[in-house]
Design a protein around this ligand. Structure first.
Ligand code: SAH
Ligand code: SF4
Ligand code: F3S
Length: 436
């Protein structure tokens, strides 16, 4: 057996893809190692979404190259979005042997064969069909409780700031039969939670199955399995999806609903296809169906031509919605995107950073308020294992995706328990086991 080491960057889809790569290469004699120093093949599954993500990977490539120089025969491969975006530029660095885009992973065995001649290899062809539906992923999670299932690939939106449609290609949905089967397999392997993944899950469509129907089918096929999904698009999330969530006890009440900006002028420039008013209406609808539903978001500070007024619109939207959690970024221009071609990246770094910090400070308060509202409430929690801070405590997430911690009374990872929230000086929620 040869040893394969993979570092994974970027979104959950990349984690799911790395699991596919381990599966494909496992079949041709590569076993996984977590020790870079003993690896025959060193790979990074990369992200291009912001410039600092790419800079970090260039730094790793330098490190990989040291291994490559120190131990003859070590092969370095770059996979994923950065491979797709930079193509030859990666090979030209002279530090990389294989460049493989997100739709080229079935070719990895051939690429690895060919590279042993000392010739670098590249496959960055994007596909309209590839979904890796038939490949059983080799799961990488540490606790064996929570698994990712990729339900679609690519993206057909053209948000003007975003590189993903260029690195991942056109949107395609995976055969629903294989998704339901994989959820059943997960259950049999001991997993108790799966997250269905896509850049825009609401546009899932295979034969006559849309996302609401898919959710319902998976929820009903494996009633013991807890279901999550990501990412929802404010434009497309349907009442049918909310209905499915509200009517199945095993679908978590948490929606990740990236807003990007609270200003209509910015949303239009971003090509987000909804307005602030529409977004607020969707939030109201979610809460109508599920008063206890957590809502998290993504936001970009300092997009092209953003004024203080636009920025205040984002702050006021955050305040109005009261998000439970948020991923917050400042705008990073991506070559080749519509925004890079049409607009000037004219908000200076100091202003971007300051606006981002204001959003972060606000969200910290909102997260705390959200946690305070939970004190006294009871939640069903999936046990993940010992808490980070103390071996005497267990931890796990509730349906709203908040981490809970309580005194260990002998439960195991994969058990569901009921807890009551006692306090929350900050995350996680401090709880007690109910019935104690
Ligand atoms: N498909 C998801 C998002 C995928 S990218 C969606 O549409 O919501 C994850 C997040 O990265 C985005 O929601 C956005 O907030 C952020 N992002 C994308 N491109 C960016 C850029 N050029 N600069 C800064 N943040 C960006
Ligand atoms: Fe990017 Fe927009 Fe597609 Fe999300 S929906 S991946 S932000 S283009
Ligand atoms: Fe990054 Fe590609 Fe995901 S750019 S966020 S790894 S789709």
């Amino acid at each position: 057996m040869k040893k394969l080491y993979i570092e994974t960057y970027g979104c959950q889809m990349n984690v799911a893809d790395t699991e596919v790569v381990f599966s494909i290469l496992g079949k041709v004699g590569y076993e996984r190692t977590e020790e870079i120093s003993e690896a025959d093949v060193i790979m990074a599954n990369t992200c291009s979404v912001r410039d600092n993500a790419e800079q970090r990977i260039w730094g790793r490539i330098e490190q990989f190259n040291l291994q490559r120089k120190a131990r003859r025969g070590v092969v370095v491969g770059i996979l994923g979005c950065m491979a797709e975006r930079l193509k030859d530029a990666l090979l030209e660095s002279g530090k990389v042997d294989i460049v493989a885009g997100p739709d080229a992973y079935r070719k990895l065995p051939q690429l690895l064969e060919a590279v042993t001649d000392g010739h670098p290899q590249m496959d960055v062809i994007l596909s309209r069909e590839e979904t890796y539906a038939d490949i059983a992923p080799v799961r990488m999670d540490k606790n064996g409780v929570s698994a990712f299932i990729s339900i679609m690939r690519g993206c057909n939106n053209v948000c003007s700031y975003c590189v993903v449609p260029y690195t991942r290609g056109a949107e395609r949905s995976r055969d629903w039969h294989s998704i339901v089967r994989e959820a059943c397999d997960c259950w049999e392997q001991g997993y108790r939670e799966v997250t269905l993944l896509g850049q825009n899950v609401d546009s899932y469509k295979y034969e006559d199955v849309d996302f609401a129907k898919l959710l319902t089918m998976v929820a009903e096929a494996v009633p013991g399995l807890r279901l999550r999904f990501s990412t929802s698009n404010p434009q497309d999330i349907s009442d049918a999806v909310l209905e499915a969530m509200a009517s199945h006890a095993n679908i978590c009440h948490h929606i990740h609903l990236p807003v990007q900006s609270g200003s209509d002028r910015m949303l239009e420039k971003m090509r987000r296809r909804y307005t602030r008013e529409w977004y607020l209406q969707r939030v109201a609808k979610i809460r109508e169906y599920m008063p206890d539903c957590a809502i998290s978001t993504d936001v970009i500070a300092g997009f092209c031509s953003e004024t203080e007024e636009d920025h205040r619109d984002t702050l006021s939207l955050f305040e109005q919605v009261g998000f439970d959690a948020a991923f917050m970024f400042y705008y990073s221009e991506r070559p080749g995107t519509l925004a890079a071609k049409k607009f000037e990246d004219d908000v200076d770094l100091a202003t971007k950073t300051r606006r981002l910090e204001e959003i972060i400070a606000l969200q910290n308060r909102l997260s705390l308020e959200s946690n305070r509202r939970d004190v006294g409430k009871r939640f069903r929690v999936l046990v993940e294992g010992p808490s980070k801070k103390s071996a005497d405590d267990l931890c796990g997430r509730n349906g709203q995706n908040k981490m809970c911690v309580w005194a260990d009374k002998g439960h195991k990872a994969g058990d569901f328990v009921e807890v009551e929230v006692l306090d929350c000086p900050q995350a996680p929620l401090l709880c007690r086991l109910c019935g104690e």
